[in-house]
Design a protein around this ligand. Structure first.
Ligand SMILES: Cc1cc2nc3c(=O)[nH]c(=O)nc-3n(C[C@H](O)[C@H](O)[C@H](O)COP(=O)(O)OP(=O)(O)OC[C@H]3O[C@@H](n4cnc5c(N)ncnc54)[C@H](O)[C@@H]3O)c2cc1C
Length: 420
């Protein structure tokens, strides 16, 4: 197998042209390629009059070694090492328990189920369909449902978001995760896109399908069941306390995967009180900024912008003080949504559909904060800090829960905006 990088594809050219371009680069006939698969695609818009795609493909053919000896430019040997699940060595009569059904919990449960472990998944929120109805009600003006909302429920906090799959790490499991998503209904282009994106509409189907797979493999999913306590002797876990189905019950358990996400503050408090080691860490807070998508796409792609997907952008500024301000989770063609999980707070998120065809783009515009900003040495001081800002935003909303939304110019001038 050979990897060919930096193949240029014009916007007007069909992806099938890559086979011809690859063959030409290798000095062989196109029909000699047994396989030619797109592995990476990005947009080169550095010159606005010459916007094109830059692609990598993997090919297999006879005489690969001989071709490599000629050392054609941009051709390297490719050794594919598909991710293999580690062997399961756990021996216990008790099923492992996974708390939370966000991306972390879903994949933990799926992996355990694939290893023959028949996990029990506890999710305090609802299944994705019930949850979608709860969230729609909240966005239509009903009070937030503390157990089924934009943060809590099947699929976790990412279900009502942009559904982008960008990561700064290199890990062989990334390809495995993408293949799993595709096998459960995500678009195939996440396998090669430089900026893979699923979209909230498709993601809901994907998480439902992942749940069905966990069930098919013998796992069990309990929606509306919340972990509320642990029973341990020394370092050995014996049981967990669960509230669900209208009762409080004890579940014998010696293996617990905690995947409760960012927002389960009551769970963090309970775990702290139970003596789990915890430490404060830096994070980022800020606002969402929204602009016209057409203006951003034109600025990024020039005259070709209408032939291309909605553009995004990335900005960062590192101040002499050591603090950084940066954009995060830019959401092309999407919308800003209310994302609170408890009453009396305002939290926002960016969300987009697969088509990313909304008229606006929005992005988080954040500043890094560290334990020095929180004060105190309580491990949950950062959580209190978050709450303080979320409650201040609530107060500013006049108790409506509508995020205060000034125009950028007014915000910078410290004057309130008028009008709708
Ligand atoms: C406000 C906000 C905005 C974000 N915006 C974006 C974005 O725009 N784009 C992006 O890519 N990422 C965004 N993220 C990050 C992204 O959502 C997370 O990285 C991702 O969801 C983390 O996955 P997870 O599985 O660890 O946790 P989560 O997805 O948070 O899932 C945790 C699950 O655990 C459940 N749970 C919690 N406590 C218990 C308990 N005691 N018992 C049972 N179940 C429990 C919750 O109901 C939830 O379903 C955002 C996060 C937040 C909080």
């Amino acid at each position: 197998m050979l990897q060919l990088s930096n193949l240029r594809l014009e916007l007007s050219e069909a992806p099938e042209q890559l086979r011809y371009k690859a063959a030409k680069r290798l000095g062989v006939r196109p029909e000699e390629l047994r396989e030619c698969v797109l592995t990476r695609q990005s947009i080169d818009a550095r010159k606005k009059q010459d916007v094109h795609l830059v692609c990598s493909v993997k090919v297999s053919l006879e005489r690969e070694a001989a071709i490599l000896r000629r050392a054609p430019k941009g051709v390297t040997p490719l050794e594919e090492r598909p991710y293999a699940l580690p062997a399961v060595t756990r021996r216990s009569p008790l099923p492992p328990v996974v708390v939370g059904m966000g991306p972390a919990g879903l994949f933990a449960a799926l992996t355990l189920a694939q290893g023959g472990q028949r996990p029990i998944v506890l999710e305090r929120g609802a299944d994705v369909d019930t949850r979608t109805a709860d969230v729609e009600r909240f966005w239509s003006g009903s009070p937030v449902n503390p157990s089924s909302n934009v943060q809590f429920g099947e699929g976790g906090a990412g279900t009502f978001s942009d559904g982008k799959l960008t990561t700064g790490i290199h890990d062989p499991r990334i390809a495995h995760v993408f293949q799993t998503f595709t096998a459960h209904g995500a678009p195939a282009d996440i396998q090669w896109s430089h900026k893979p994106h699923i979209g909230t509409d498709v993601l809901r189907d994907v998480v439902r399908s992942l749940r069905m797979e966990i069930l098919r493999l013998g796992g069990e999913v309990r929606f509306g069941h919340q972990l509320v306590g642990l029973t341990a002797k020394g370092a050995q876990l014996h049981a967990i306390e669960v509230c669900g189905g209208g009762i409080h019950y004890t579940l014998p358990c010696d293996t617990l995967v905690l995947a409760p996400g960012h927002s389960a503050r009551d769970t963090f408090q309970m775990l702290l009180e139970q003596g789990l080691p915890m430490e404060r860490k830096s994070f980022a807070i800020g606002v969402r900024i929204e602009h016209s998508q057409a203006a951003v796409s034109q600025a990024q792609f020039g005259p070709a912008w209408e032939q291309l997907p909605a553009a995004d952008y990335k900005l960062a500024c590192h101040l002499p003080s050591g603090r950084s301000a940066f954009t995060f989770c830019v959401c092309p063609g999407g919308e800003v949504v209310a994302a609170a999980s408890a009453p009396g707070q305002v939290v926002t998120n960016g969300m987009s559909h697969r088509a990313r065809d909304g008229s606006n783009i929005n992005g988080g515009f954040l500043v890094g904060v560290s334990p020095d900003d929180f004060g105190g040495d309580d491990p949950l001081a950062g959580v209190r800090f978050q709450e303080q800002w979320e409650q201040a935003a609530w107060a500013l909303s006049g108790g409506t829960g509508h995020a205060p939304a000034p125009l950028v110019g007014d915000f910078l001038r410290h004057t309130p905006s008028t009008g709708p």
